[in-house]
Design a protein around this ligand. Sequence first.
Ligand code: NAP
Length: 319
Amino acid sequence: MGSSGFSSSSTAEEVTQGINGSGLTAIVTGTTHGIGTETARVLALRGVHVIMAARDVIAAKAVKEAILKEIPTAKVDAMELDLSSMTSVRKFALEYISSGLPLNILINNAGISAFPFTLSKDNIELQFATNHLGHFLLTNLLLDTLKKTASESKKEGRIIIVSSDGHQYTYPEGILFDKINDESSYQKWHAYGQSKLANILHANELTRLLKEDGIDNITANSLHPGAIMDTNIYKPEINGPVPTDLINRLGSFLLKNIQQGAATTCYVALHPQVRGISGEYFSDNNLAKASSLAKDTNLAKKLWDFSMKTIDYNTHEQI
Ligand SMILES: NC(=O)c1ccc[n+]([C@@H]2O[C@H](COP(=O)([O-])OP(=O)(O)OC[C@H]3O[C@@H](n4cnc5c(N)ncnc54)[C@H](OP(=O)(O)O)[C@@H]3O)[C@@H](O)[C@H]2O)c1
């Protein structure tokens, strides 16, 4: 049991027990499977209006129906978002902003892991494109909506980025800025670790920039959900065996079920204990320690500049 009063075995329902989320609106990415589905369900259970952002809208609508069957009063909607395509991210953000909906909570949850080398539609290595860059662009495009909602509703806006303890298993250099799309340097598990390291650096640099701009009513945190085998993210036939040195690096850990796997996300998104906390890394519903690379402020700034250049370059390419 950590200082929050919760532990690795606490479920998403337990960590949000008694919290009234009605009046809040959240976007959750990647809700068609695993942790994202349970996150959407539990936020909806607590009264939050949940927008499920999914690349497979038919699957997201099936999740919506299942949630409504269990919670008839739930406010849940599905919108199309493919994080590996900047055109799709821009289209989603435009549609969201045009809808006039407020935005209190943004949960960047969607992810892929240990894929064989693949380039996205924008010619960017697929794990970096999906796990980091798509979410980076999405967050930037929705930041004004988060700011507007926070000031009008007088409620803290929260950005939650689902990373992984696998961030420790990145390339020795941290982020291969000059070789992001270089197939010959590619190692699929390190590339996953690299994208998850980028998730933490993103939350940290965003926190710094918000503080620099005097914005104290929006927080940005990252987290490790735990090791959850019954989601879709790890499939031995696609991802191959988990390297032994990765298992050794992570040390001993307990496997979680999906209800426990969604808990830290729901805790950071809704719990009053987290109010005002920003730029932190959470695990097992408590504050946790990220690697020294993840805490490197120069690396965070370098990644921010690199990401800005990459999305901007891509915009010009489209024009
Ligand atoms: N499970 C674990 O042990 C574990 C450990 C550490 C961190 N995490 C992190 O937890 C998060 C959720 O993982 P999970 O285990 O719940 O995985 P999952 O069951 O595979 O779910 C991933 C979700 O992301 C969506 N997604 C993938 N690519 C996308 C794209 N291009 N655009 C939009 N959505 C996309 C998937 O949609 P489709 O249905 O269309 O594929 C799915 O809904 C990930 O960020 C992962 O890195 C998981």
